[in-house]
Design a protein around this ligand. Structure first.
Ligand code: NAI
Length: 289
């Protein structure tokens, strides 16, 4: 593999572009608007700069990595990619529409992966012209730091496709864990109900934001509290994953907490909008409840 396309230049897309460029791959990143793309490149530059400051990357390698990333708003730019990784908003309709617009530009051999946190790989694969060459490649946030890539085969995914993305994940320095195609796979099947329960705990007044996060950090040895982590993931993404679990597994234990729904309706999406369970307007995050 030499050239990777990335669709969606949010927190995940920019992280995927970062690690691919550092590994020597050419990266074409596509999003809806130029300002999103320039923010993504600025974020990659800042994060690469941190790696240089910590002595983990040479300055020349940072410049070379940045030089390998190009951006645009037209899917035609992805026509010569060996693999396109879709990392757009966690919404099945959005992803289906992206694949519809993308596939006419791709070569017959190109592979397509989705970074979805929860949506059926089998169903998304069936929305393309190449279900055998389609796979789930679920990176963790923040991509340059987190070690895991969860790989998910759809029922139609060919072994060669799976092997190719496994090899790529390893080339990026990641460790692979394989999950079957069930709602939210492994990591989020376990993590999101815990986060949702933390929001219920807040909603029912069992504890404040600070008490809940402190309790889980010091009582369960989690590096981040569940509400802080929810803000980090994005509350819209958390809610979308809970809907997939609730709809896909038909069990009331996955019912999204009404408070999570309200926050998303208010546009309080966590760090990315500077407000979620914490307020990120100042130097340090301040709990809001
Ligand atoms: P985000 O909200 O930061 O970024 C999503 C990006 O997709 C935005 O820049 C948006 O403009 C773009 N987009 C929307 N529609 C588009 C279209 N039609 N064409 C091109 N770009 C489009 O979201 P984030 O957190 O980066 O999540 C992206 C994907 O990665 C989702 O599927 C999510 O479930 C998954 N994911 C998220 C993780 C997290 O911790 N946030 C972790 C692992 C996977």
């Amino acid at each position: 593999m030499r050239r990777i396309g990335v669709i969606g230049a949010g927190q995940m897309g920019s992280g995927i572009a970062h690690v691919c460029a550092v590994a020597g791959l050419d990266v074409r990143m596509v999003d809806l608007a130029e300002d999103v793309l320039s923010r993504a490149v600025a974020l990659v530059e800042r994060n690469l700069g941190r790696q240089v400051a910590r002595g983990k990357l040479a300055d020349a390698d940072m410049q070379a990595a940045l030089g390998r990333i190009t951006t645009g708003t037209d899917y035609a730019a992805l026509g010569d990619c060996d693999l396109v990784i879709e990392a757009a908003t966690e919404n099945e309709e959005v992803k289906r529409e992206i694949f519809k617009q993308l596939v006419p530009h791709l070569s017959a051999e190109a592979l397509v992966a989705t970074n979805t946190s929860s949506i059926s790989i089998t169903r998304l694969a069936a929305a393309t012209d190449r279900p055998g060459r389609f796979v789930g490649m679920h990176f963790m946030n923040p991509v340059p730091v987190m070690q895991l890539v969860e790989l998910i085969r759809g029922i139609q995914t060919e072994q060669a496709t799976f092997e190719a993305v496994k090899e790529l994940a390893e080339r990026l320095g990641k460790t692979v864990s394989v999950a079957e195609d069930f709602p939210a796979f492994i990591v989020n099947r376990i993590l999101l109900p815990m986060i949702n329960e933390a929001v219920y705990t807040l909603y029912e007044g069992v504890g404040s934001v600070e008490s809940i996060d402190t309790a889980m950090k010091l009582g369960a040895n989690h590096p981040m509290g569940p509400l802080e982590l929810a803000d980090f993931i994005g509350l819209d993404t958390c809610l979308a994953i809970m809907h997939v679990l609730y709809d896909g597994l038909a069990d009331s234990k996955y019912r999204p907490c009404p408070l999570l729904v309200k926050y998303v309706e208010a546009g309080w999406l966590g760090r990315k909008t500077k407000r979620g369970f914490y307020d990120y307007g100042g130097d340090t995050p301040v709990p809001t409840r």
